[in-house]
Design a protein around this ligand. Structure first.
Ligand code: SF4
Ligand code: SF4
Ligand code: FES
Length: 250
């Protein structure tokens, strides 16, 4: 028998601060293969046109539909209601700026973080458009591609205890970007250069290592491996610095 789903949805419009945040209840008959994308669109079309949420691709690619579903950050377009209980509680992702109801601005956060991590290829080579593309070892290209699959949904940041406590923490998605450039033979930055960006409490040493980030990543990025890789790399760089300082002092 078809279930009747109860949705409890966070409602708040920051543009009208005199209205208090509240949870609003809706009910909806479940249909076959219903996703949260379908359910939310039906609620907006049939019950409340003022409901705010984000969707674009409906295919787990654009990363815009992240929200907290029964306590866990997920992509709504990739979440089937059949996998959820009848009572579904929807909240916006924490950490990011609230646009309204379930919509948050992940774009500003990611742009800021990528500027802080200087997330682009650093090279002194002059660009020559007449040159052939540089060849790259297939195995390295595949490793880089694996990390490039991040869709910037923000789920790993929303699930991260450190990011929830400290708004200067770079978070798993940003550290994953650093790992991606550290692998790239075209990037001429040294370990010391990376240390200056992430060898601190708001970088790799602020990470508590409990791996909620990897648990919730809808693209199944190997975040645990990347955090471990950076922790080792930055730990060795810190030790080298200590040795350098102590040999200068003696
Ligand atoms: S392992 Fe680190 S980055 Fe991942 S959720 Fe925990 S504190 Fe955040
Ligand atoms: S690492 Fe995964 S959870 Fe984090 S932003 Fe990228 S795709 Fe989303
Ligand atoms: S709508 Fe694009 S990832 Fe969900």
């Amino acid at each position: 028998m078809a279930r009747t789903l109860t949705f409890e949805i966070f409602r708040y419009n920051p543009a009208i601060p005199e209205q208090k945040p509240q949870m609003q209840c809706f009910t909806l008959a479940e249909t076959a293969n219903m996703t949260l994308f379908i359910a939310l669109n039906r609620l907006r079309e049939e019950q409340d046109p003022s409901l705010v949420f984000d969707f674009c691709c409906r295919a787990g690619i654009c990363g815009s539909c992240g929200m907290v579903v029964n306590g866990r950050p997920r992509l709504a377009c990739q979440t089937k209601t059949a996998d959820l209980p009848e009572r579904i509680i929807l909240l916006p992702l924490p950490v990011f700026k609230l646009v309204g109801d379930l919509s948050v601005d992940t774009g500003v956060w990611f742009r800021d973080m990528y500027q802080k991590t200087r997330s682009w290829i650093h090279t002194k080579k002059a660009f020559d458009s007449d040159q052939e593309e540089e060849r790259m070892d297939n195995a390295v290209a595949e490793q880089i591609y694996e990390l490039e699959r991040c869709v910037e949904c923000g789920c790993c940041i929303a699930a991260c205890g450190t990011a929830r406590m400290r708004d200067d923490f770079l978070g798993a998605a940003s550290l994953n970007r650093i790992a991606r450039f550290a692998l790239d033979p075209r990037d001429e930055r040294t370990d010391q250069d990376y240390f200056e960006i992430i060898g601190n409490d708001y970088g790799i040493f602020g990470c508590m290592g409990l791996l909620a980030c990897e648990d919730v990543c809808p693209k199944h990025l190997p975040l645990q491996n990347q955090l471990g890789f950076l922790r080792r790399k930055m730990g060795i760089t810190a030790l080298k610095q200590l040795f350098r300082k102590s040999s200068c002092a003696s």
